[in-house]
Design a protein around this ligand. Structure first.
Ligand SMILES: Cc1cc2nc3c(=O)[nH]c(=O)nc-3n(C[C@H](O)[C@H](O)[C@H](O)COP(=O)(O)OP(=O)(O)OC[C@H]3O[C@@H](n4cnc5c(N)ncnc54)[C@H](O)[C@@H]3O)c2cc1C
Length: 333
């Protein structure tokens, strides 16, 4: 079986997700080769030259300097066909998640996404991924070749090793007519970005922050200041319960910096972080599903009988989140 690791650069180097996929491939024990798309691909190949790959191939032309479906799909197709690969491992980044299903169609491959484990025993490759909103873990294999696996970030340790000389071969690609021109990137200021996949802590805010408090009043402005103050100091990622993000669509006053992108749970996301702190949150879905991949979990709730906080958190602080997080912010300052 010929394994092929398809990677792309980001700002001229391999991103962490690419190094994680490379490490997963090294652990298979199969002979493999590496292909890299993007600006600085040849230099990136040298950076991982000692990973054990038999050969390195790159596409490092101006057409692939920016992520774009049309050019990335042609480049990835050329690399996979040049390698004659049976098994293709690639990181599940937004760049590849966008173009590789199309590449699978062009190469007659079968593609599976969100892979959390790949093994090869006795020549049989098996992959694992979660189904039904991370409730069922499935182990499966396919006979179709090539088989493309998009490996989820944050599951494997990144490859580490010394640089060398990869002698990467530049694969010629006919890009044809390119109708889309990338003119630039627009993104919010980094401190306005509340979803931080690399953060050590996921801070989950529940609807309790927007409920009447013990003085009979709403304190939504204060809640926003406390939460944003904490996120800024702890560099935590912000998750939310569904009830909290739904308030906006109901026309109620809520936390302005919160959107549906923050929602965790069955109908939200299941991010991976070493630690989690849920506050003013009672729901089953955020605690049972949204926290599935959080290693160490704590919760703050006024209600000592909050079953989900008790059932799913390692530590529950029974108290007022306004007071506790206010004190935490003071200590962090
Ligand atoms: C099919 C389906 C899918 C769903 N998917 C999701 C999902 O993906 N994600 C999700 O989040 N929900 C989901 N839900 C909704 C979910 O069941 C809950 O209704 C929701 O999570 C409750 O949100 P909450 O805990 O923020 O609010 P609430 O249930 O209103 O809880 C608020 C909590 O705040 C506490 N509190 C109030 N003030 C304070 C204070 N000062 N200090 C400390 N604690 C305080 C209260 O004691 C209470 O426990 C789904 C529901 C269905 C039916």
């Amino acid at each position: 079986m010929k394994a092929f690791v398809l990677l792309h650069t980001e700002h001229g180097a391999l991103p962490k997700a690419a190094l994680e996929t490379l490490n997963a491939a090294c652990g298979l024990g199969l002979p493999f080769s590496v292909g890299i798309v993007g600006q600085g691909a040849a230099v990136a190949a040298d950076a991982v030259a000692t990973c054990g790959a038999a050969t390195f191939a790159v596409v490092d032309t101006p057409e692939v300097a920016q992520p774009r479906y049309a050019s990335d799909a042609v480049a990835a197709t050329a690399l996979i066909q040049a390698a004659g690969a049976d098994l293709v491992l690639a990181p599940n980044t937004s760049r590849f998640a966008r173009c590789l299903p199309g590449v699978a169609h062009r190469t007659g491959a079968q593609v599976d996404t969100h892979i959390v484990s790949v093994t090869a025993e006795g020549g049989v490759v098996k992959a694992q991924r979660w189904f039904y909103r991370q409730r069922i873990l499935s182990s499966f294999s396919r006979t179709v070749c090539p088989w493309m696996l998009l490996v989820d970030g944050g599951v494997n340790a990144p490859w580490q090793g010394t640089a060398g000389t990869a002698n990467a071969q530049a694969v010629a690609v006919d890009f044809g007519e390119q109708r889309t021109t990338v003119t630039g990137v627009q993104s919010p200021a980094s401190d306005a970005q509340t979803i931080r996949p690399e953060a050590a802590l996921l801070f989950v805010a529940g609807a309790g922050w927007t409920k009447k408090q013990k003085d009979g009043q709403y304190h939504i402005g204060e809640a926003g200041a406390i939460i944003q103050g904490f996120l800024g100091k702890a560099k935590a990622s912000l998750g939310s319960s569904k009830s909290l993000v739904d308030l906006k669509s109901e026309g109620q006053e809520t936390l302005s910096f919160m959107s549906h992108m923050n929602q965790v749970g069955q109908t939200g996301s299941t991010p991976r972080h070493p630690k989690g702190l849920s506050t003013c949150c009672h729901g089953e879905e955020p605690h049972a599903v949204g926290w599935r991949f959080i290693n160490e979990r704590r919760a703050i709730n006024l209600d000592p009988n909050c079953g989900w906080a008790q059932g799913k958190a390692d530590v529950v602080y029974v108290g007022d989140a306004f007071e506790i997080m206010g004190k935490v912010n003071t200590l962090l300052a």
